[in-house]
Design a binder for this molecule. Structure first.
Ligand code: SF4
Length: 227
């Protein structure tokens, strides 16, 4: 396993160096969960100046916001916030409900996809920490994929499995998200996250009871795999 981890780090480093040598503008995005941090820590060792965007939907747990601040400071990351161009009061329907209640795809569109649309044209490479072992959808993702606005989507952690991720976390004393200890396996926005102690894949616990397993940011990659 240690060899696989080192090979993963070496490949990640080599890819970033080669994008930079080609003059490509690079950014990363993160949801700031414990298992997201190896990607960020390695990135901080490659180049701390690469911006890391956090989609501040307004629905996150306060613990996630505190953890994001802690991690950003610990690894010297340039963490930037993205918010929806649609004010929260305009996201409430006639019944007085936010759209995550009845239409989470639209809620993700307003709070994740639209803010990211502003960022994408400014960059050539988008790094995200998706992994094949997180879900059957992500199992079909590729290391590099064409994204919207001519952005190349790069997935350095794609072939890391859960054991490698947690080995890296323990070996490098990475702090844990405060909600890990409360049984949360996959932490997103508070209304769409459930506590799960027994899970079959890493995305269980999100959008519990709804026919939705992927957030709007990665829907285009699922569409690519079923074309
Ligand atoms: S995860 Fe839930 S609350 Fe967050 S943007 Fe998507 S639907 Fe809305």
């Amino acid at each position: 396993m240690y060899q696989q981890i080192q090979e993963g780090i070496d490949r990640y480093t080599q890819k970033i160096r080669s994008y930079q040598a080609e003059g490509k503008r690079i950014f990363a995005s993160s949801s700031f969960q414990t298992h997201s941090i190896p990607m960020l820590r390695i990135l901080s060792e490659i180049d701390q100046s690469i911006p890391v965007y956090f989609l501040d939907t307004g629905f996150h747990f306060p613990e996630t916001l505190m953890y994001k601040k802690q991690i950003g400071e610990l690894y010297g990351l340039d963490v930037r916030h993205l918010t929806s161009p649609i004010a929260k009061k305009q996201q409430i329907n006639a019944k007085g409900e936010f759209s995550f209640v009845s239409d989470p795809d639209h809620c993700c569109y307003m709070n994740k996809v639209l803010p990211m649309e502003v960022v994408l044209p400014q960059y050539d490479v988008w790094i995200s920490g998706v992994r094949k072992d997180q879900s059957k959808f992500r199992a079909n993702f590729q290391e590099e994929e064409q994204g919207k606005h001519d952005t190349l989507r790069y997935h350095p952690m794609l072939n890391w499995d859960k054991k490698m991720i947690w080995r890296y976390i323990y070996d490098n004393d990475i702090p844990h998200h405060p909600l890990d200890a409360k049984g949360y396996e996959s932490i997103g926005c508070e209304p769409c996250t459930a506590v799960r102690f027994r899970v079959t894949d890493d995305r269980n616990g999100r959008w519990e009871g709804m026919d939705k397993k992927e957030c709007g940011l990665h829907i285009d990659l699922i569409d690519n795999t079923i074309q």
